[in-house]
Ligand binder design. Structure first.
Ligand SMILES: Cc1cc2nc3c(=O)[nH]c(=O)nc-3n(C[C@H](O)[C@H](O)[C@H](O)COP(=O)(O)OP(=O)(O)OC[C@H]3O[C@@H](n4cnc5c(N)ncnc54)[C@H](O)[C@@H]3O)c2cc1C
Length: 566
């Protein structure tokens, strides 16, 4: 056996990724394997309890656990996975404070990136429908609900008030039903705090594509759930689906329109973009694995599990995308990775599910465990008891129990957590000698000099060559951004300077929406490219440059003209 520890990379810190790391920590010694997990957050989200954030029956941070504490022997990298090269066995992750991507080689790879809500082909949904998967989604929805209630309380126009008090959820599966149940409880219980809304009716609608809600459950329990929801005033539209949306309404496939200011969509789902472009076998839009959870064509090296994988158990049943399955898949994957490291025999995925639960809020749930059905209060106690038991860590269990008890005693919190979303376009100050970006960095922003001067330096074999000096009104940084390549020079402040930074995403948005703005930069980049190195930054028409010094920045006036054409 090799004495060099194997590099195991786990992509995704959800149920599948975190539980794989936990099992691997138990199965492999540090000298056998180094485990690294990459996730965009440093916490793991207990999604089954996420809807309770809406009503405030669980505090915001109590449905999450820190990955570093759950997996103490795993190296956590809190970044975005941007690329996977299955042939070269390299994963590329996003830059951090330093604008350089990281490339991580691996011996064994676990892909557990879950899935995303997919609004492709549904006009207006990205702009107007709220997804519900992450802690940020839950916070955003809660804040939005408080906002529309506050507005409805002020608004005199009855049509707008009706719109503000209409809540539509797309998807009648577990998450759609649970979101609606919690939303309904919340609105119902806080309405009394609004003088003008106390007697005002509010409308809530579930739109479900199938013939019944909760298709994951047997018909009797689904019918029970439907009856409870209808009794609480929820309209259920069956055999229809969301087709499009505007800021004023949800538009259904049947042509029906629902005038509303709150639209939440829990369906449909798709692979995260980084996996959509992955060149490997797929089935039903997911990564195809065998019963040992090995990715087709990459057996022994790559495993895929959780919501992003299409898995069949040994019995041949398609494995549903649930947390209880993801946790068991993690165990199978970890055993098989340990077997690959040690050259032992692998196991197959055999778990067929213990049962299903769905909370209907307000002391009611539906449950089916080992074939035994329960509904109402008993099922609700079972739901809470079992999910609490499954939450890892005594700390979180105690906090959640305390939250539930307090929620029984006191009315829900109604404070809006206002997050000031500043534009990503921002100002920055540099002191003389500060490096703005380095040669070789990833092109992530364009810069406009508002005050001061900077130097364009080309670094070669440890030597620095001054290419240009740029002054007030000049702009730079577009070349790497337009051509998607690394910076070809280092930019260093010569004096104290203030700059306007336009990040790549905003730059691209402006470039596509305001062609004149884009043209300024495209033409400049073309001139700079034509001039070539060492006069890479040369621009003969550049008024913002110091006289006699070759430079490539453009004048601030032309940016303004492009931004604000006459
Ligand atoms: C509201 C809701 C309620 C649910 N209720 C239940 C329930 O009651 N019972 C049940 O069994 N199941 C339930 N589920 C389903 C269950 O939560 C999922 O099946 C389970 O979370 C899947 O685990 P996963 O690890 O595959 O994906 P996820 O838990 O989604 O984890 C994926 C992780 O990958 C990260 N990630 C994704 N892309 C990138 C990237 N490019 N770079 C870095 N990180 C990335 C994400 O941030 C996330 O942390 C519910 C789901 C939702 C949304």
């Amino acid at each position: 056996m090799s004495t060099v520890p194997k590099q195991i990379l786990i992509l995704g810190g959800g149920f599948a990724g975190v539980y794989t790391a936990r099992h691997l920590e138990k199965l492999l010694r540090p000298e056998e394997a180094l485990i690294t997990l990459i996730n965009r957050e440093n916490y793991w989200v207990y999604q089954p309890m996420l809807p309770e954030i809406i009503s405030g029956s669980i505090g915001l941070t109590n449905v999450v656990s820190l990955i570093r504490r759950l997996c103490p022997r795993t190296n956590l990298i809190m970044r975005e996975v941007e690329g996977i090269d299955l042939n070269k066995q390299i994963v590329t992750i996003s830059p951090g404070f330093r604008p350089r991507q990281l490339q991580l080689p691996y011996d064994h790879l676990v892909i557990a990136l879950g899935n995303v809500t997919n609004f492709h082909g549904m006009p207006g949904m990205i702009e107007n429908a709220m997804p519900f998967r992450t802690l940020a989604d839950a916070m955003a929805l809660r804040n939005h609900l408080i906002h529309v209630l506050e507005e409805a309380d002020v608004e005199d126009a009855s049509e707008l008030r009706r719109q503000l008090l209409t809540f539509v959820v797309g998807g009648g599966g577990f998450s759609g039903v649970e979101v609606m149940a919690e939303l309904n409880d919340f609105v119902q219980s806080v309405k009394r705090n609004y003088l003008r809304l106390r007697s005002e009716p509010h409308r809530r609608v579930i739109v479900q594509a199938g013939t019944r809600i909760l298709p994951e459950m047997c018909e009797t329990l689904a019918t029970f759930a439907e009856r409870i929801l209808r009794k609480r005033g929820v309209e259920i539209i069956l055999n229809d689906r969301l087709k499009a949306a505007t800021s004023e309404k949800a538009i259904l496939q049947s042509g029906k329109e629902i005038s509303c200011k709150t639209l939440i969509s829990t369906v449909p789902s798709a692979l995260p973009p980084v996996l959509q472009s992955l060149d490997c076998a797929k089935e039903r839009g997911k990564l195809l694995v065998d019963t040992a959870l090995e990715l087709r064509g990459y057996e022994g090296r790559v495993w895929a599990l959780g919501d992003c994988a299409s898995i069949k158990s040994v019995a041949g049943t398609q494995v549903p995308p649930t947390a209880q399955h993801a946790v068991r898949e993690a165990r199978t994957a970890a055993i098989n990775i340990a077997a690959a490291v040690r050259g032992c025999r692998r196991v197959e995925f055999r778990f067929e599910g213990l049962g299903t639960f769905g909370s209907l809020g307000h002391g009611a749930a539906v449950a089916e465990i080992f074939g035994v059905k329960a509904s109402g209060l008993l099922a609700w106690f079972l739901w809470r008891g079992i999910y609490l038991m499954k939450m890892p860590g005594l700390n979180r269990k105690v906090r959640i129990t305390a939250d539930w008890l307090l929620h029984l005693l006191f009315p829900p919190e109604l404070a809006q957590t206002k997050l000031a979303f500043e534009s990503a376009i921002r100002n920055q100050h540099f002191e003389a000698g500060d490096v703005i970006f380095r040669q070789g960095d990833l092109g992530d922003s364009v810069y406009v000099i508002e005050d001061g001067e900077c130097e364009v330096l080309c670094e070669r074999k440890g030597e620095r060559e001054l290419l240009a000096t740029l002054g007030r009104g000049a702009y730079f940084g577009e070349m790497a951004l337009l051509s998607d390549r690394a910076r070809s020079a280092t930019l260093c402040a010569r004096t104290a300077m203030d700059v306007l930074i336009i990040p790549k995403a905003d730059f691209n948005k402006l470039r596509h929406s305001v062609p004149a703005f884009g043209n300024v930069f495209t033409e400049l980049a073309a001139r700079r490219a034509e001039a070539g190195s060492p006069h890479l930054f040369a621009d003969p028409d550049m008024p913002g440059a110091s006289p006699g010094v070759p430079t490539g920045a453009s004048d601030g006036n032309s940016v303004q003209r492009a931004l604000f054409p006459h």
